[in-house]
Design a protein around this ligand. Structure first.
Ligand SMILES: Cc1cc2nc3c(=O)[nH]c(=O)nc-3n(C[C@H](O)[C@H](O)[C@H](O)COP(=O)(O)OP(=O)(O)OC[C@H]3O[C@@H](n4cnc5c(N)ncnc54)[C@H](O)[C@@H]3O)c2cc1C
Length: 470
């Protein structure tokens, strides 16, 4: 603590107002706590400002453009070449989507009487932190409980310093124009989603992926469909490609990479690097507390999110597990409950993961391989969207739905979807996995017709041995 600086006392403090932090703040306030949130950059965190939400806005814009172009099949004629005004797209994304949502979160925090302190928090000990403002003034706080929710930031790789035409995902979301040529380094879900969005918006995209497969967290038969659609869009996917260097000039950037020992290069207007994210746990004084870090910089926590320091909790991207907003939401509620004396615990059995590519991919629970590795005897049942009336009437028939269930009881342990509406359909399966429902439960649940959701009931019928529409 600085000499002459009087510490202010607080009950529950939260560092970071992203999905983890702001949800924890609201829940803690609902449970009767007096809450103070410290945020250094933007309420809403990465997700609302430079992540989930703006990326989905650009993806939607790309889809709209493609829908207009592809509407001839519906008998819509004389469509002149649609022209995209990307500045309007970006204005809409920034002001009507992002500002609206972040404004809503600010209002919710105010409604719950959560104090929001602007500045960067540094830990001093297990019950003290100091918030520094941009003007180098600061304030020290003593707290009873603390939730750390500082999130993550993009990883930079040698030869690709984020600057000018070499951008991270944040820069990629805020390009001033749709590039004619875009190189994306890293074909994980962030890279693949934005590659698809820019391809739909009119860019020629090259993805350089270091491993043998893009989207390594999804099964091969799902990824195959994304690769097909990338091919249809003219996206070039180079796997086993090690990015080496980038050289910028006034007109573009040349990216050098190596495949099978051979050096190659590609020229582009922009190069977006999406090779992973690093937890924001360095540089914040955690060494002055009892909080323990893994060798990857993640904070070690128990089932409630409690760290090795009794009164400090950690949630979201800075703890183990998938770096996803809905996981951060859930952990925020559990930590807020724990501080309020509730018997809460995180349960990761049914954390869904969605990739907003074309087609959308979504998974929950275990794949067949994962279930077998866990010693379960399982079977899969599949239903194609080509057999679904709604998918046909949407002219969107690519893909499938798959259930993974145990052979003995038919208990649903996982599901995978590649196809239209996968991002929404997966929630029903999260309920099924979370509730240990069996295939009969799904088969006997009447689903509305004609809807995409009928694929769930149809696959359950397949599992029961009584398929109807296949
Ligand atoms: C392009 C992109 C697309 C994504 N799409 C999806 C998606 O579709 N679905 C999904 O579930 N997830 C998605 N994610 C991931 C998602 O954004 C994160 O998992 C989520 O934001 C994590 O929430 P968090 O609360 O842990 O941290 P963050 O959202 O990172 O928030 C942390 C906050 O803490 C603040 N902070 C950090 N250090 C300090 C400090 N010392 N003092 C004060 N404040 C501090 C930061 O300014 C930030 O506002 C996407 C991410 C990106 C980059």
């Amino acid at each position: 603590m600085v000499v002459g600086d009087f510490a202010e006392e607080r009950d529950t403090m939260i560092v970071g107002a992203g999905p983890g932090g702001y949800v924890a703040a609201i829940r803690a306030a609902e449970l009767g706590q007096k809450v103070t949130v410290v945020e250094k950059e933007y309420v809403g965190g990465v997700c609302l400002n430079v992540g989930c939400i703006p990326s989905k806005a650009l993806i939607s814009a790309g889809h709209r453009l493609q829908e207009v172009k592809d509407s001839k099949i519906f008998g819509i004629k004389n469509i002149q070449d649609p022209v995209l005004d990307f500045k309007t797209t970006q204005d809409w994304k920034d002001h009507q989507v992002v500002d609206r949502l972040t404004g809503g979160v600010k209002m919710l925090l105010k409604k719950h009487k959560v104090e929001v302190v602007e500045g960067e928090a540094y830990m001093h000990d297990n019950h003290t932190l100091r918030v520094m403002n941009g003007d180098h003034t600061g304030q020290t706080y003593k707290f009873k409980h603390l939730i750390i929710a500082t999130g993550s930031r993009p990883v930079e790789i040698p030869g690709f310093k984020f600057n000018g035409r070499v951008v991270d995902s944040t820069g990629g979301l805020n390009l001033p124009e749709v590039p004619k040529e875009l190189v994306v380094i890293g074909g994980g879900y962030i890279g693949s989603e934005l590659a698809g969005a820019y391809a739909n918006l009119g860019a020629h995209v090259t993805i350089l992926e270091g491993t043998p497969q893009i989207l390594p967290n999804f099964e091969k038969d799902m990824v195959k469909l994304v690769l097909k659609s990338f091919k249809d869009k003219g996206v070039t996917v180079v796997t086993n490609a090690m990015a080496k260097n980038s050289e910028q000039d006034d007109n573009g950037v040349t990216v050098t990479y190596e495949v099978d020992g051979k050096e190659q290069s590609v020229r582009a207007d922009y190069c977006m690097v999406t090779v992973g994210r690093r937890p924001n746990t360095d540089d914040m004084g955690l060494e002055y507390t009892d909080v323990k870090l893994t060798d990857r910089g993640l904070i070690e926590v128990d089932q409630q999110g409690r760290t090795a320091a009794q009164d400090i909790f950690a949630i979201g991207d800075i703890v183990a597990g998938p770096a996803l907003a809905h996981k951060a939401f859930a952990e925020g509620k559990v930590a807020a409950g724990a501080i309020s004396g509730k018997k809460t615990a995180n349960d990761y059995v049914s954390v869904p993961a969605v990739c907003f590519t074309d087609p959308e991919l979504a998974t929950v629970g275990m794949t067949k391989a994962e279930a077998e590795k866990a010693g379960l005897s399982v079977t899969t049942s599949k239903f194609p969207f080509a057999g679904n009336g709604r998918a046909i009437s949407l002219n969107s028939m690519e893909g499938f739905f798959r259930l993974v269930s145990t052979k003995d009881e038919g208990t649903i342990v996982g599901a995978q979807i590649a196809g239209p509406g996968a991002s929404d359909l997966i929630s029903e399966l999260s309920v099924a996995v979370n509730g240990s429902m069996n295939v009969e439960d799904l088969a006997l649940t009447i689903h509305p017709h004609p809807t995409l959701g009928e694929v769930v009931q149809e696959a359950a019928d397949v599992a029961m041995g009584y398929p109807t529409h296949i």
